[in-house]
Write a protein of this length. Sequence first.
Length: 266
Amino acid sequence: MHVLRLIIAAALTLGAMAARAESLKVGVVPGAYADAVNAVLGEAKAQGIDVKVIEFSDWTTPNVALDAGDIDVNFFQHRPFMENAETQKGYDFEIVGLGILQNLGLYSLKHKSLDAVPVGGRVAIANDPVNQGRGLLLLQKAGLIKLKDGVGFLGTVDDIAENPKKLRFSEVEGPQLVRITGDVDLAQGYPHFIVAAGTFDPTSGLVYSGIEDKLFSVSFVTKAGRKDDPTIRKFVALFHASQAVKKQIHTSFANSDKLYVLAWLK
């Protein structure tokens, strides 16, 4: 009888572990990434994975939550952003699947060309290290500034070597840039946030970054110790195979192929 009780207890424990293994909490930011994950929930459910999508309004909390174990995986960041967060906060994360590579743009609701941006104009730019660096590289590509040699995408406003128009910079949390675009002369912009806000045309950028660089693909990230977790791997595989996901991503990027790339297919 004692042995039977042990067998039953062990079976119940294994059953509980299996149930936990087939549930998944995914952290996202609103817009294209949240919508893409939501598009595959039905298929995941049919395959025995109960996915709960948790939205965050900033680019800091999703990694705090992942590190604390409050979520199992997040889908909002690219590799340089992740590696910078690991350096700054001591996280140990791993990319478990590529996602969406979106074009970065410079937008203006006041001027129709970069030449029209005035001397002393205000420029809104992301406040986190990596995305600020990308924005500055795009400004350099546009001929508005010149950065110190070698800083690359880790450059900050302190690394601006030449600023002939004496542009003034406002550093803003990435998801909030779309909200202040109308208040400045030029703003770094992310098409999926612009689509989600619905305030102006996401294809109206005055200049875009190249979309061929997989380094900046927003990807699925988990704690390094869970990189081979079968439920996480299964969910990512479902996401990659889903036609509903592909259709939703196209819709989220204003049905414009020039604004994004499905990085896992390239």
